[in-house]
Design a binder for this molecule. Structure first.
Ligand SMILES: Cc1ncc(COP(=O)(O)O)c(C=O)c1O
Length: 387
């Protein structure tokens, strides 16, 4: 049967090379309906033999281009994009667990990750235990016969503890336990989790990969062993990510290395300056020798990004902390991180076995791409109000 000449029937402007123009970046494909060449394509879909893109939820070319690029950077078998980082996390957790399983989460994970496990997975009889944030080989004491998955975030995005990933995977892999790592802080450029034995890598693409605080997107990259099981879930759920966001994230990947090196340099300048200030109790940055897991960071990571924290020497009441935060002019007060604008948040985080520090406020800084002299001047002025 003669295939339809779609280009002619549906008027001009449909090809990606529009009127002979080729742009460096791929176009943004938007669409629900994808036109077939003929009725025979529909027959092929019904028999599972169709190889093209059948519908918008089938992942349009912009999404596929982003996923392919990230897969290459991570060295994974398969990457899938999600509407946000938390959506990638909750989907991965659902994809790999079933009633009766036991899962382990490092206690320093992003708050909503822990909340999802406690509130939603528990409804499906999945047992959840929290691990000390700097766990390594001692994970062996937490594993049960039904342990299915271990979820790590290294460093944790508020308190920056580092896990001994190879020590953990050396124990979990022979038992067939899946290891998942939220690698948002390091990005694919500063940590290669597959080399350390991790099975699934998650990113909040919202952060450094997109880099401009104007995108919400997540990703999961899976190794060969677990890809099929994951794809079965992703396809069945008809998950997908918006094309415009994938386009911006793909564009972000092209400048990630340059931005990240600058974030690293600026954050270290600010962190080292903070270390010398009498008002400051401790600076919590994995690349500083004072960090409790600095040696592990040095062994596994090839760089540090722009997010770190500090606490004051004195346990100031909330009003004093509020005045410090509110008087900063260069640091926006807001959630998320990884963008060009410096940001500040403050909170108290209780951790197993470290009660004294958790009683104090932790001030978290996202060091952006502004001049570090200006950032330091800004913090200095806010410190002066406290003495
Ligand atoms: C470490 C980490 N993972 C995941 C997320 C969630 O990402 P998103 O904001 O894209 O949902 C965040 C958000 O702040 C985060 O800090």
């Amino acid at each position: 049967m003669k295939k339809r000449d779609t280009e002619k029937r549906c008027c001009a402007g449909r090809s990606t090379e529009w009127q002979g123009v080729r742009t460096i970046n791929p176009p943004v494909y938007n669409g629900s309906t994808v036109l077939f060449d003929s009725f025979e394509d529909i027959v092929e879909i019904a028999s599972g033999q169709y190889e093209g893109i059948a519908y918008g939820t089938d992942r349009l070319p912009t999404q596929r281009a982003f996923e392919e690029h990230l897969s290459q950077l991570e060295g994974g078998a398969v990457t899938r994009a999600f509407q946000s980082g938390i959506s990638a996390i909750t989907s991965v957790l659902q994809a790999f667990t079933r009633s009766g399983d036991h899962i382990l989460l490092c206690e320093n994970v992003y708050g909503p990750t822990a909340t999802f496990c406690k509130k939603i997975l528990s409804k499906y009889a999945i047992e959840v235990d929290f691990l000390p944030a700097s766990i390594g080989a001692d994970i062996v004491h937490w594993i049960k016969p039904n342990t299915r998955l271990v979820f790590m975030e290294s460093p944790g995005s508020n308190t920056f503890e580092i896990q001994d990933i190879p020590a953990i995977t050396a124990i979990t892999a022979p038992k067939g336990i899946i290891t998942v790592l939220d690698n948002t802080w390091a990005t694919p450029l500063f940590l290669n989790p597959f080399n350390l034995g991790v099975d699934v890598i998650i990113h909040s693409v919202t952060k450094y990969i997109s880099g401009h605080s104007d995108v919400l997107l997540g990703s999961a990259t899976i190794n060969e062993k677990w890809s099929e099981e994951f794809l079965d879930y992703y396809t069945t759920m008809e998950l997908f990510a918006p094309s415009q966001e994938c386009y911006l994230a793909l564009r972000g990947l092209k400048t990630l290395a340059v931005r990240l090196r600058q974030h690293e340099k600026s954050a270290l300048t600010v962190a080292r300056w903070l270390e010398e200030q009498p008002l400051v109790g401790s600076v919590i940055h994995p690349a500083l020798t004072s960090h409790p897991q600095h040696q592990i960071w040095k062994r596994d990571f090839s760089g540090s990004s722009g997010l770190f924290a500090f606490s004051f020497a004195v346990d100031y009441p909330q009003e004093v902390i509020a005045d410090f935060v509110n008087s900063l002019e260069m640091f926006g007060i807001g959630f998320s991180w990884g963008g060009f604008m410096s940001l500040v948040t403050a909170g108290k985080y209780s951790r197993i076995g470290v009660p004294t520090e958790s009683e104090k406020y932790t001030i978290r800084l996202n060091v952006g791409l502004e001049e570090t002299d200006d950032l330091i001047e800004d913090i200095k002025s806010s410190f002066e109000r406290m003495v």
